[in-house]
Every structure is written in C-alpha cells, then in structure tokens.
Ligand binder design. Structure first.
Ligand code: KG4
Ligand code: ZN
Length: 346
C-alpha cells in the first residue's frame, strides 16, 4: 500500500510517498521531497514563524505534486494521508494539516495524524539493516526537542527523560549565533569542530573546560542552558576568541555529546534496552553518531545501535509516513475518514 506523508512543523515543506508490504513490515521510500526555507530565514538568524507559514502556503501543493510525480503514483492509489499534527509552530502546522484535510476530502482518503517526535523516531524503521530488538531506547535530539523515549514491541512509547530547558539543537543554534556562525548552527559548529579535531594540540595553552550540566544527576533529564551561558561568559572574557572558533566549537560540541551519551547509556541500562536509537536533526552529526555507537558497543551488553540514514535525520515527510504505517497496523476499521492514530506520548 502507498501512504502520502506531509510535514510542515517548522521551516521545511515536505511530502513523501512510501510503499509498505501487506504486513507493513518493510517500507520503501518512493519519494522524499523537501523544500527548505533555510536561505530565507538565515538573514534573521532563526526561523520567523509568520514568514515560514507564508512560504509553506506557497510550497505545499507543488511539493505534494512532486512527491506523487516522482513516486509515479496517482492519488487514487494512496491508502491514507499522514500529516504532522504537532508539536511545532502552530501557523506552519496549520498549512500541512489543512492541506491534508482538503486532499483527504477531495480524494476520499483517511487522515492519520502523526506526532512529530514519533515521526523522528520512526525514521529508524525505514529500511533497517536487521530485525529490530525490543525494548528500544531512543534519544531524540532536534532544534525543539531533546528526550529519551522507551518503546515496546507494539511501538507504545513513553518519555523517560527530557530537557528541562533548551534542546540540544537549540544549544548548537544559540552557541553558533553567539560566535556569528549563522543559522542553522549545528552543521556550522560540527564543521569547525571536525577541522579542530584533525589538528588538535595534545595540550592546550588555555583549555576550555565547559561544564556538563546534570551529567551526574540521578534522573534521565537534560539541561543545556548553563552550557550556553558558560560559552557566553567565556567569549566575553576571551579577547582572541575569534581566532579560536574551531576550538570553541570542538569543546562546546564535545560537552553536548558527553551529556547526551552519558544519559542515553544510563537510560538503556536502567530499562534493559536491546536496541539504542538516535533520531532528530542533531542525529545528522557525525561525531555524535560515531561516539554513541562506540559507547553502546563498549558499555552495553549485546545492545545494538541504530541511526537513520542522513536524509531522514532532519525534518522530512518519509518519517511521518513511516510512523503512520505503524499506526495503521492492526487498526480495526481502516475506512474511517478521520483517525487519531498518533502514538501516545506520556
Ligand atoms: O529535527 P530538525 O530538522 O527540526 C526540529 O524538529 O527541530 O532539527 C533541526 C536541528 C537544528 O537545531 C540544527 O542546528 C540541528 O538540528 N542540526 C545539527 C546538524 N544538522 C542539523 N546539529 C548538529 N550537527 C549537525 N550536523
Ligand atoms: Zn524535527
């Protein structure tokens, strides 16, 4: 069966068609179209909600059209339309939701509303290399979210830890803004950090000892605002920081990664996870991918590590359609026009 996915929660207008087999055990992504607004928001240093919503209105129908055309699928072949229902920017979400509703009415198809975080998590279920073992501990790290979620074999999910202030991606974005590195900050910080890693001196003249807030707290929660403030104070005190940007990026990123890995390993141990997954925009980060993989291998007995292909890490609609495919599994009455099949968070 074919499922159309629509995602407009922030600044990407995205549509995708995925194909699942009858038992919905395997998906193939037939199209994954993303119209990014990064160039537009760059000059403001972040996403401007009103501007994002207006761009979504302009882009959504061409993007849906392209997703269908690339997949070579006609609307009548689609089984359901899935759309991100939140969390996200309300005016951005509305464009996707109202488009999905209009298309569902015109084409007489059911709508499946998908939670955005559930979408990110399900990016890991697109073409997995081996059968997934449950329970799964998932670290979702994006511009708006940082949480640890436990998933059982029925894909019921429960948040076991979350950030008390900023998200990890937000820390990257705000840190990058302080150093004048533009928006989005994650890829820019990662690039400078990788550059510094290659020529890193064994001993630094003035080491940048960033704090790792809450790393030893008994719970599974995160906090990144103190780290951000620490960067601000260090930059204010350092007259030559502009010459040390790669070093700042490297140390700042490593502090974020250390916190994320420490809490994820602790959560996986506590809940006896057989698989550890990474998801969300920050999961595009090569250092985080590599270091978490190593930590899982070194510190957890027999747990496997999974991370989505890079194209499914930042916001996309294939992950929304993949989450919808699982929502449909075992659904008694598939003919209902409107189905609130989003996975339960909390
Ligand atoms: O999942 P996403 O596309 O949107 C939200 O749901 O928020 O995540 C966007 C976030 C931004 O904060 C961006 O800076 C971060 O993901 N990001 C990265 C990288 N690529 C994107 N952070 C670190 N390293 C990257 N390579
Ligand atoms: Zn996202």
């Amino acid at each position: 069966m074919y499922i159309l996915g629509i995602e407009t929660s922030c600044d990407e207008t995205a549509a995708s068609v995925i194909k699942t087999d009858e038992k919905q055990r395997h998906f193939s992504v037939l199209s994954n179209i993303i119209s990014s607004q990064i160039e537009i928001h760059k000059k403001y240093g972040g996403v401007v909600p009103e501007v994002a919503a207006r761009e979504h209105v302009l882009n959504i129908l061409p993007v849906v059209h392209e997703a269908l055309a690339k997949a070579k699928i006609k609307p009548k072949q689609i089984k359901a339309i899935s759309v991100t229902k939140g969390p996200g920017l309300i005016t951005s979400l509305m464009t996707g939701i109202e488009t999905a509703r209009a298309l569902a009415f015109a084409w007489q198809k059911p709508i499946i509303e998908v939670n955005h975080i559930s979408g990110h998590i399900h990016a890991n279920f697109i073409n997995p290399t081996s059968p997934i073992k449950f329970p799964v501990m998932i670290l979702t790290v994006s511009g708006g979210h940082t949480n640890l979620v436990l998933m059982n074999r029925n894909h019921k999910i429960k948040i076991v830890g979350e950030t008390r202030d900023d998200a990890a991606g937000e820390a990257y974005d705000k840190g990058a803004k302080m150093m004048g590195l533009g928006y989005p900050g994650g890829p820019a910080v990662a690039k400078y950090a990788a550059e510094y890693k290659k020529n890193r001196p064994k001993i630094s003249d003035s080491p940048l000892d960033f704090p790792r807030p809450m790393i030893n707290s008994a719970d599974l929660d995160f906090s990144f605002s103190g780290l951000k403030t620490s960067l601000l104070y260090k930059l204010q005190k350092d007259k030559v920081w502009k010459r040390r940007i790669p070093e700042y990026c490297y140390e700042f990123q490593q502090a974020i990664i250390d916190i994320l890995i420490s809490k994820t390993i602790k959560a996986a141990r506590k809940h006896e996870a057989k698989t550890v997954m990474l998801s969300g925009g920050v999961s595009a980060n090569d250092e985080l991918r590599a270091q978490l993989d190593m930590a899982v291998k070194a510190k957890l007995d027999k747990a496997e590590f999974l991370v989505p292909a890079k194209e499914y890490t930042t916001d996309n609609a294939a992950m929304i359609a993949a989450a919808a495919a699982f929502s449909l599994k075992g659904m008694a009455n598939f003919k209902k026009l409107k189905v609130n099949a989003s996975l339960q968070l909390k």
